[in-house]
Design a protein around this ligand. Structure first.
Ligand code: 13P
Length: 276
């Protein structure tokens, strides 16, 4: 069932748990996430990153996402992840995405506010919810080829001001995670920063860079103020690991293994995040 993120995230915030936001890159991964959500009777934020429009087009992603969402009875949010240009975001909304992220986190504060406000205005008029990022979650060694890799921690003052100025529906914050693989083991997160922001900001908070962060860290985040956790790299890693284990003899068997790896990983994270 296709929904926007409003109720899903408000319920999570109220219930003290997080909803997983796995990135899909093809029909198989989208199906693996939606079928797992359906099996466990839990919501899912089915995400497609603008950076992956080189793998499948936005049109293809919209068709796959809408189709899979209507195939299952649980709430599915079709979310544009890391939208960096406004024309692309508006196109995603026109194509049926029910939630979008405007990521202007590497811009100065005023530009981030201005771009986010423009997206919020356009999206809210069409019943689409908006996530933005303040501070910046950088990247490790990863699959996404980000140019910017320096994380900037979010402060409670700018988070509060940003939400007031933009009317955004959820806010991605930077508390020590990075996108992709961590070279030096799992990161140390600043839970003090998370608590400070949680106490100041009224909207649900989002954590990016979930992969490799460690189950104990993620469980704490979900319990202590994060309502949505983005994960991508771990799904690719688990697909490859399952292929290594199964040693498929042909391409069709390989797809079965890869899907199984992704489904197991999502099931695992539903448990860690205690998603209801
Ligand atoms: P990871 O690949 O580190 O899990 O990050 C995913 C993400 O934050 C997508 O927005």
């Amino acid at each position: 069932m296709l929904v926007n993120s409003k109720e899903v995230l408000l319920e999570a915030k109220k219930g003290g748990y997080a909803v997983p936001a796995p990135d899909f890159i093809d029909l198989d991964s989208a199906r693996a996430y939606c079928k797992t959500a359906e099996k466990l009777k839990k919501p899912v934020i089915l995400s497609f990153a603008q950076a992956h429009s080189e793998v499948i087009s936005l049109h293809e992603a919209a068709l796959i996402g809408k189709f899979m969402a209507e195939e299952v009875s649980v709430p599915v949010v079709l979310h544009l992840d890391h939208g960096t240009d406004i024309a692309f975001i508006k196109e995603a909304i026109e194509l049926g995405f029910t939630s979008v992220m405007i990521d202007a986190s590497m811009m100065d504060f005023d530009t981030n506010v201005k771009m986010t406000k423009e997206v919020v205005e356009y999206a809210h008029a069409r019943n689409v919810t908006v996530e933005a990022e303040i501070g910046h979650v950088g990247s490790g060694e990863n699959y996404e080829n980000h140019d910017n890799s320096d994380s900037i921690y979010t402060t409670k003052e700018e988070a509060k001001r940003f939400v007031e100025l933009t009317d955004v529906d959820s806010l991605a914050v930077s508390i020590g995670t990075a996108h992709g693989i961590y070279k030096g083991g799992k990161p140390a997160l600043s839970f003090d920063t998370l608590h400070e922001i949680r106490d100041e900001v009224s909207v649900p908070l989002v954590l990016h860079g979930g992969s490799g962060t460690g189950d104990d860290n993620l469980k704490r985040c979900a319990k202590e103020g994060i309502s949505k956790i983005n994960v991508f790299t771990d799904f690719l890693v688990s697909a490859m690991n399952q292929i290594d284990i199964d040693k498929p003899k042909d391409y069709l068997a390989l797809k079965v293994s890869s899907n199984k790896g992704m489904m197991n990983t999502l099931e695992h994270y539903y448990g860690v995040f205690e998603t209801k």
